[in-house]
Design a protein around this ligand. Structure first.
Ligand code: CS2
Length: 443
């Protein structure tokens, strides 16, 4: 039995990579198991352990619902409880793949430079010899033991919505290795690969209503079901140092270059998703399907998609019309009940990848990006309104936003300081964005 060690076994992982692996196992061939590692909370382990790590995947199309029992995870470790166990599994020869869904903020790359953020307290503590806390620290220290004990090759797969996720992860691990003096660079070059991926499946958070539905329909009182859509896509760079499950037999595609697919997805799906989140909440909607049914927001999404599509490589241009039509249908799926508030979280980490990249690329060819600017303006309004209401902001920069709110009574100054946290370059057109945010706030 070969193992995938997966960092971040949350709902998205369980609707996506775990689902592909479960179905690949069902095709025969060598069986793979997934051992999960939660880097912070024990919630996933606590809810899944009493049911042997099985769970129900509730697949919602507009016309019907399937309930699939997924049985592929054998254990979930909680990093802070036993860091050594995680290190041992990265080094274990039966572990052929480490995969990650740790969200944008889990990579600790500096927003301005793209380098490893050595100012982050967790990274700084790891570099000073403390126990591993972050995905990058666990990987670097685990790979060090693997190298020292047997040196068997391993494949490390980022499945997060970052631009160039494989190369980014590799760079951060190399930088950590260098800063910590681990001496792994040659072995990493020879025996470890970091394929890039594009991952896509809309996966809302689990609610009590979902638990109730699953129990009603299946008779099983599953405490950790996951709802998702029928659509799923996984494009993987064909750059493996090891074997892998037969993912290609169950819908995943192996390609030489992921970049065009990744840009299309980040800019046409995730960018408009963020727009719907901030503009939708501003307008008083709760769910994505409600926001996309609002004619004004729908038109704005279509315009934003056109703006973003113009930045995509020629190889993928001809597919964008159908791709966007399908996206609008996916957003409109009422069965998903995907909360806008879920997408609104971590905006400081998401917007550079999904929106600022569009603005910067268009700027290079002399084009303005009024719709992309609008997304940033709605985000400014979101942060400003929540700060003013002393409401929680789910974002790694929440403390900084609270400081900004305290620092001045001048609204424009605050908006400008919030905007600076995105590290925008001069192509952004700061004044225009802030003017638009002020208009929205005054409306
Ligand atoms: C969403 C994504 O929460 C968000 O930021 O845009 O999680 C989105 O649902 C997935 O990337 C879809 O594949």
């Amino acid at each position: 039995m070969k193992r995938i060690l997966h960092l971040g076994p949350g709902n998205f992982h369980r609707a996506h990579q775990a689902w592909y692996t479960h179905h690949a196992n069902a095709r025969g061939g060598e069986a793979w198991t997934i051992t999960g590692v939660s880097l912070k909370s024990s919630t996933a382990r606590d809810s899944l352990a009493p049911q042997d790590f099985d769970y129900t995947l509730v697949i919602n199309s507009v016309s019907d619902t399937q309930y699939q029992r997924i049985s592929v995870i054998d254990q979930i470790l909680v990093g802070p409880e036993n860091p050594q166990a995680v290190i041992d599994l990265i080094a274990d020869p039966d572990t052929a793949i480490v995969s990650l869904t740790i969200t944008e903020k889990g990579y600790h790359s500096d927003a301005a430079t793209g380098h490893l953020n050595t100012q982050n307290p967790d990274i700084a503590s790891e570099l000073a010899g403390g126990q591993p806390l972050t995905a990058i620290g666990f990987l670097a220290f685990g790979l060090q033991i693997r190298h020292q004990t047997h040196g068997a090759p391993i494949t490390i797969i980022s499945c997060d919505n970052l631009s160039n996720n494989g190369a980014t992860l590799k760079r951060l691990v190399l930088e950590f290795n260098q800063q910590a003096g681990l001496g792994l660079a040659d072995w990493l070059a020879a025996s470890v690969t970091f394929p890039g991926t594009m991952v896509d499946r809309i996966t809302p958070a689990t609610t009590d209503a979902l638990r109730h539905e699953v129990e009603q329909k299946t008779g099983w009182a599953d405490q950790a079901p996951v709802a998702t859509e029928l659509f799923s896509e996984w494009i993987i760079e064909d750059d493996f140092a090891t074997a892998h499950p037969a993912w290609d037999q169950v819908g995943a595609q192996f390609v030489d270059d992921v970049a065009p697919f990744e840009h299309r997805k980040l800019r046409l799906l995730n960018g408009p998703h963020s727009f719907l989140a901030y503009a939708g909440l501003y307008t008083g909607h709760v769910y994505v399907h409600e926001a996309i049914a609002d004619a004004v927001l729908r038109k704005a999404v279509e315009d934003l998609m056109l703006e973003a599509a113009a930045t995509l490589p020629a190889s993928i241009q001809s597919s964008t019309v159908d791709y966007c039509d399908q996206l609008i249908e996916r957003f409109a799926n009422p069965a998903l009940k995907h909360e806008l508030a879920q997408i609104a979280g971590d905006g400081s980490q998401k917007l550079p990848v999904r929106i600022l990249s569009v603005i910067a690329d268009r700027h290079k060819t002399g084009l303005h990006s009024p719709r992309a600017h609008d997304v940033i303006a709605y985000w400014l309004v979101f942060i400003h309104q929540r700060s003013s209401a002393h409401a929680d902001i789910n974002d790694p920069l929440a403390k900084r936003f609270a400081e900004i709110h305290q620092m001045s009574s001048d609204r424009r100054e605050k908006l400008s300081a919030i905007l600076q946290t995105l590290s925008p370059d001069s192509s952004l057109g700061q004044d225009r964005v802030i003017d638009r945010a002020e208009t929205l706030l005054d409306a």
